[in-house]
Design a protein around this ligand. Structure first.
Ligand code: BV8
Length: 250
């Protein structure tokens, strides 16, 4: 993508927007070194598909394997950092009265980069909860047993993320729909637009006549329906989009 493909109509839409909603997926963290779900997993995990591990059934049948997969991902996240794509979204807040980031990611990078309103649809990998009583657990006794157990009910601990087949946190989902139906510009960034109900949000915006922009190096099922498709990595396209729209910077 080069900046000539950023139309003047899109620049005007950004400059006049009062509420921008941004839906992000694993692709915006790819330039931080976090593998996306569509990327082939590396090393020990190459033999598994994320969809097979990110389920309650997988945890119940092999809690140690699923816990260790998340421990590996938590370690990756702890040694990684937000990239220029995350920081560009945080800078957007200086130019637009209201910016709501709705993320499918569980890495917490939007908050680290300075985005103030972040809706985590699928939880956060740095939080741990009890599989049985669903309470968030900050501390537990490290024993030889993996996964560790809940100090109050002795249930197995698990990451506080939404697995396939689990319902999303209702407050987050309601807030995401409210933002989507109330915004005047919707950006879909770094998502394959395959996982529901997150994938329904851009269509909710389209149905309301809201301008929808997709930023992704590849085509997705959404590409044919959006008003603007900017092809390229988020860490390159987003800074270019801001620099072209607000050349004075900020
Ligand atoms: C639910 C947390 C009610 C865990 C995740 C309706 C229709 C069809 C199916 C369903 C439906 N409703 C429910 C379903 C079933 C299921 C589903 O959607 N299945 C899919 C596979 C068809 N949904 C659910 O189960 C959801 N629950 O709906 O509850 C219910 C309950 C029971 C029965 C029915 C309904 C729960 C879904 C949440 C699952 N948890 N994550 C964890 O992280 O371990 S999902 C996980 O995968 C991610 O969070 C993310 O959402 C998804 C992966 O998607 P992406 O983020 O888009 O990442 P992906 O790798 O796919 O794509 C990356 C993109 O980035 C690519 O396009 C690539 O080109 C691009 N890219 C690469 N580099 C860059 C880049 N872009 C920009 N810059 C770059 N540099």
């Amino acid at each position: 993508m080069n900046t000539t493909t950023i139309s003047s109509a899109l620049i005007d839409a950004l400059r006049t927007a009062q509420h921008v909603v941004v839906l992000t997926g694993a692709g915006i963290s790819a330039e931080s070194g976090i593998p996306t779900f569509r990327d082939a997993q590396t090393g020990l995990w190459a033999q598994y598909r994320p969809e097979e591990l990110a389920t309650p059934e997988a945890f119940m049948s092999n809690p140690r394997l699923v816990w260790e997969w998340y421990a590996w991902r938590r370690e990756l996240v702890s040694h990684a950092a937000p990239n220029p794509g995350h920081f560009a979204l945080a800078t957007l807040q200086q130019h637009i009265p209201q910016v709501t980031v709705i993320t499918q990611n569980v890495d917490g990078f939007h908050q680290q980069a300075g985005s103030q309103t972040v809706i985590e649809l699928h939880g956060n990998i740095t939080r741990t909860k009890c599989f049985d009583d669903n309470t968030i657990v900050d501390q537990w006794d490290e024993t030889d047993e993996v996964p560790p157990r809940c100090p109050s009910c002795n249930g197995l601990l698990r990451p506080d993320v939404v697995w396939f087949g689990e319902t999303l946190p209702l407050t987050a989902l309601d807030a995401a729909y409210a933002a989507t139906t109330g915004c005047d510009l919707f950006l879909s960034i770094g998502t394959s637009a395959l996982v529901h109900p997150a994938a329904s949000l851009p269509y909710e915006a389209l149905q309301r006549g809201t301008t929808v922009v997709e930023i992704n190096p590849d085509a997705t099922p959404l590409t044919g329906d959006v008003h603007y498709s900017l092809r390229g990595p988020a860490g390159v396209v987003l800074p270019a989009l801001l620099a072209t729209t607000w050349p004075e910077g900020g």
